[in-house]
Design a binder for this molecule. Structure first.
Ligand code: ZN
Length: 203
C-alpha cells in the first residue's frame, strides 16, 4: 500500500535509461538479452525457459525485488517473462518457495509475487504447491551437505492438486539449477504429469 502511494507521488524511473515510468521501460525491456539454458539429460523438467541474464538491468531489477520496490519489480519481471514465453497452457503456475528465514526478514516471498503476477498476465491459475521443510542454513556448510539439503528441501502438502497436471515452476534466478531440479522432482513424485520451469534471470 505504502509503495503504491509512493508510486503515485513519484513514479519510478527505468533502471537502465532513467526514463520515467516502470522500473524497466518498454524499450529497455525489449533490449534485455534473452539466453537459452539447455536441460541436462537426466533433468526432472520437461522444458526450461529463461527470460534474461543475471547482469546489467536484469541484475538491478533482482536487487530492486529483494531490497526495495518489491511490488513494482515483481510486476516488471513478470511482464518480461510473459513477453518472452511462447504461448502455452499450464494447469498451475507455482513458485519455488524461498527459505522462510529470508521470507520472514523481507516480509514477502519474491518468487511468489512474480508467479502471481505472471499467472494473471498469462491467464493461468496460480497455487502455492510446494513447501520448504526444515530451516537449515546453507551458508558455511560443505558442498555435499548443501546438495543433500537441496534434494530434501521441498514437499508437496496436497498431492491431489498436482496429480496428472501440467505445472509451470517459477523462480527469480537460476545458478546451478539444483534447486529447480529438486522442486521438479518432488512435484513429479507427487504425480505431476509435466513440469516446466521458467526463471527470470540466468546467472
Ligand atoms: Zn529504459
Amino acid at each position: 500500500m505504502f509503495e503504491y502511494i509512493i508510486s503515485l507521488i513519484a513514479p519510478y524511473s527505468c533502471l537502465k535509461c532513467g526514463s520515467e515510468g516502470p522500473l524497466i521501460c518498454k524499450i529497455c525491456r525489449h533490449e534485455l538479452p534473452h539466453p537459452h539454458k539447455k536441460l541436462s539429460a537426466d533433468s526432472a523438467l520437461d522444458a526450461l525457459y529463461t527470460a534474461t541474464t543475471y547482469d546489467g538491468a536484469g541484475r538491478e531489477i533482482i536487487h530492486a525485488l529483494k531490497f526495495a520496490h518489491a511490488k513494482a519489480a515483481s510486476r516488471v519481471i513478470a511482464q518480461v517473462m510473459h513477453d518472452r514465453l511462447p504461448s502455452s497452457d499450464f494447469d498451475w503456475v507455482t513458485h519455488v518457495p524461498t527459505a522462510s528465514s529470508r521470507v520472514r526478514a523481507r516480509g514477502y516471498d519474491q518468487a511468489a509475487l512474480i508467479a502471481c503476477h505472471f499467472a494473471t498476465m498469462h491467464a493461468d491459475a496460480y497455487a502455492s504447491l510446494l513447501r520448504r521443510q526444515g530451516q537449515q542454513r546453507q551458508l558455511g556448510q560443505d558442498k555435499q551437505v548443501r546438495q543433500a539439503q537441496i534434494r530434501q528441501a521441498f514437499y508437496v502438502p496436497h498431492p491431489s492438486l498436482v496429480q496428472n497436471k501440467h505445472i509451470l515452476l517459477i523462480d527469480d534466478v537460476i545458478t546451478t539449477g539444483a534447486t529447480i531440479e529438486a522442486a521438479a522432482k518432488v512435484l513429479r513424485r507427487a504425480g505431476a504429469a509435466k513440469v516446466d520451469a521458467y526463471l527470470f534471470a540466468m546467472a
